[in-house]
Ligand binder design. Structure first.
Ligand code: B12
Length: 443
């Protein structure tokens, strides 16, 4: 049996296909391949960097779908199905918008694949795929299962190995697809299995893609202890309340942590409370104490902000930029709040009649990347779109990149850290301009 795994692109630019220069290995497809029995011959196609040979025969096509890539995924699915190849869709978007996704595939898989993937393959072999398979959300990657990293070779991915310790999140933020997908659960893999996987991968720079690596403090400490002898460097994502646990912070730094993506989201307490982001609600005013702790530990921070809260004004949005510049964060993302299907935020904006693009920005032919998809409370959608782009433009300007570099404890903390700073800031700057206003899909 031949299985074709596909990672779809988001869309295209006016002058041709969009090639994501910052693309990373698609871990979910590596895991799916790793779950296949040996008699399944697997190929991986990455639509972000290579053409799809639709006419090459295959017995099953499996596409991972995020909300941003849904339109393109449906195009790919249609082109394969026209040629008679059955298509299965899985991932965040099919799980959160199952009826829509089911209309574009022979089968969809809801939740994590581990418990149903064998059944999907058997049914595909027998030519009797069921329309829907219910996987369990939040099951960890089973011990011994290794992502097929050999399939990633030659695709030009960034030189960082992706691995996952735990899945899910214990918080219940109104905007977040993770809470909706995992239903507020969090589960970890055995530490020894993760450590073995990292060793086998053989790369000394690792990105733990957990949504909150320190959600289970005891488990995280055990992981950090076990990682220390490996002498790797790693990055991940976490909530800001981690700085309150000194033991956790010390173990983390000793194990090679370089920094985290941290969702600061906003400096407005009312907006945080409205979104239900509890770890931030409890933080100090303007995160002064927490950011000082991050610097003390020498961590390089990728600060993530969301713009478009009901309390946001143009002034408060520019204050976010000042905050990020003042603290010389290594990277920052000023993301528009997006109403993802299946989230409480989506339901609220829908009930309030504030969704644009008929409530389906992800498949709407007029929607463009990084444009507001709802009516903000205190400005027009166009104004929000323009300010969000301006924040990104200013943040990634050469003058900003240059001035943020001069922080002895973080960006200048070592040659390696300087390398990270200068390798990725110019790359992210190019992506800001390339992606803005991009069309979704290719047709
Ligand atoms: C690492 C990561 C990135 C990396 C890139 C990763 C890559 N390989 O290219 C970076 C940082 C660049 C990134 C960028 C973005 N990301 Co991102 N990212 C992640 C993160 C943290 C981990 C992904 C991962 O590897 N997971 C590990 C694998 C094993 O788990 P999995 O993907 O869930 O797969 C399992 C199941 O879902 C299922 N499954 C998945 N696909 C399929 C397919 C089939 C056929 C089947 C049967 C099953 C199946 O089985 C798998 C195994 O159980 C996820 C959050 C998360 N928890 O997954 C967000 C996440 C996927 N990202 C998200 C977003 C929004 C983005 C951005 C759009 C952000 C932005 N505004 O720019 C961009 C652009 C994404 C794009 N498509 O280009 C959202 C998507 C939400 C949604 N509704 O679709 C997520 C869920 C984060 C969130 N908090 O909401 N991201």
């Amino acid at each position: 049996m031949h299985l074709t795994l596909i990672k779809p692109n988001i869309g295209r630019m006016p002058q041709g296909p969009y090639v994501d220069e910052g693309r990373m290995e698609p871990l979910q497809l590596g895991v799916l391949a790793g779950l296949c029995p040996p008699d399944v011959d697997v190929s991986l196609l990455d639509d972000r960097c290579e053409p799809i040979p639709f006419d090459q025969p295959t017995d099953l096509v499996a596409i991972t779908v995020e909300t941003y890539t849904a339109r393109r995924a449906y195009e790919i699915s249609r082109d394969y199905r026209r040629r008679g190849a059955p298509v299965v869709l899985g991932g965040f978007h099919p799980t959160l918008a199952p009826e829509e996704a089911a209309a574009h595939a022979d089968a969809i898989v809801l939740g994590d694949a581990e418990r149903v993937w064998g059944e999907v393959l058997n049914d595909a072999r027998a030519g009797r795929l069921r329309p829907v398979y219910h996987g369990t959300p939040g099951v960890p990657q089973p011990a011994g299962v290794r992502p097929r990293r050999d399939l990633f070779r030659g695709k030009g991915y960034l030189p960082v190995t992706l691995a996952q310790f735990g899945r899910g999140c214990i918080n219940e933020c109104a905007y977040c697809a993770i809470s909706a997908f995992f239903k507020r659960t969090h589960r970890c893999r055995p530490v020894s299995d993760v450590v073995r996987e990292v060793e086998e991968a053989g790369n000394r720079f690792v990105f733990f893609v957990d949504d909150n690596l320190v959600a289970d403090r005891a488990a995280a400490k055990a992981l950090f202890r076990a990682l220390t002898p490996l002498r790797i460097r790693w990055v991940s994502q976490a909530t800001i309340d981690m700085v309150n646990d000194t033991e956790l912070m010390e173990l983390m730094c000793a194990s090679g942590c370089l920094g985290y993506v941290i969702g600061f989201e906003t400096l407005n307490a009312a907006s945080l409370a409205a979104m239900g982001k509890d770890p931030n609600v409890q933080a100090s005013t303007s995160y002064e104490r927490e950011v000082a702790a991050l610097r003390r530990y020498g961590l390089q921070t990728w600060a993530a902000f969301m713009v478009g809260h009901d309390e946001d004004t143009p002034e408060s949005l520019y204050a976010l930029l000042d905050f990020a510049q003042r603290h010389k964060f290594t990277f920052a993302a000023f993301n528009l709040i997006m109403p993802y299907p299946g989230t409480p935020l989506y339901a609220r904006l829908k009930a309030e009649g504030r969704l644009l693009y008929e409530g389906r920005w992800w498949t709407h032919p007029d929607y463009r990347f990084n444009h507001a998809a709802f009516i903000p409370a205190r400005m027009s959608p166009d104004e929000l779109t323009a300010i969000a782009f301006d924040l990104r433009r200013r943040w990634s300007s050469p003058a900003s990149i240059f001035s943020r570099f001069f922080d002895l404890r973080t960006n200048m903390g070592s040659l390696y850290r300087m390398g990270i700073y200068w390798a990725y800031n110019p790359l992210f700057r190019r992506e800001v301009f390339k992606k803005q206003g991009m069309r979704f899909g290719t047709q």
